[in-house]
Design a protein around this ligand. Sequence first.
Ligand code: NAD
Length: 283
Amino acid sequence: MIKIIDGKAISKEIKDEVKEAVSGLKEQGITVSLAVIQVGNDPASGVYVGNKKKACEYCGIESVSYELAEETTQDELLTLIEKLNKDEKINGILVQLPLPKHMDEDAVIKAIAPIKDVDGFHPQSVGALCIGQPGFVSCTPAGIIELLKRSNVEIAGKECVVIGRSNIVGKPMAILLLRENGTVTITHSRTKDLKEVTKRADILVVAIGKPKMITREYVKEGAVVIDVGIHRNENNKLCGDVDFDDVAPVCSAITPVPGGVGPMTIAMLMKNCLTSVALMQNQ
Ligand code: NAD
């Protein structure tokens, strides 16, 4: 019996937990707030930012929006980040990526105070993750761990294969699976004989960015398959990096697109805003 992992339901569970915690903080006179900065008007970024604001509203988190013109200079953006770093009323700071080409994303990410780095992209957050210290974790891989745990998928001792080595998904995903005691292999565009490696996986996490690339030839019978990809097909319908119809019959559990990993990313962002409150209280 194949299990469809319901990311929509699990993300709602998490947002409801955050909502309750936010309301508890409100009773103590503490407001949780997230600053969301968007530079330029990339339509996809606009949709992502809109969804993040909606989630804030649902959880009772105050979202403060900064919609900056495409021509904004890097110095102007850094000045705004510096102001928000110092603002005690702001907990999380999120800069929607990608930034316009004239900006250096690494420099912008580095400018965010690590205790407000709710996206978990700051080198300090990444370093803390690597050495097992507390800190922010990139929302998509953190959400995948929650999906697995809340679907009762055991990670310890399992063969886990991650396809993709990006800084925001593949690498932190591999480290998180390792932290959960999985036996982890990272594969990428230079991996020789990808199928031979992915066929070993009890848990296969796919973050390639290529629509429906993963068919059943890549998947071991009974594996758990997590699809991170998001694409629009020729009929404007969403699909993932996994060919769902082909793979679902051979695996024990799989995430759909939409309704799998996507909603978890935003739910974990909400959770990270709470972490930021705790870090600011302890500093
Ligand atoms: P990326 O382009 O930065 O990285 C893709 C990775 O795939 C690279 O490391 C590359 O080495 C690897 N790769 C490419 N071709 C390959 C091949 N033929 N064989 C093996 N490996 C190959 O992408 P990303 O930012 O990690 O995102 C991956 C996908 O996940 C995209 O579709 C993106 O839209 C989606 N995404 C979804 C969410 C979400 O919230 N659901 C969040 C982030 C990214």
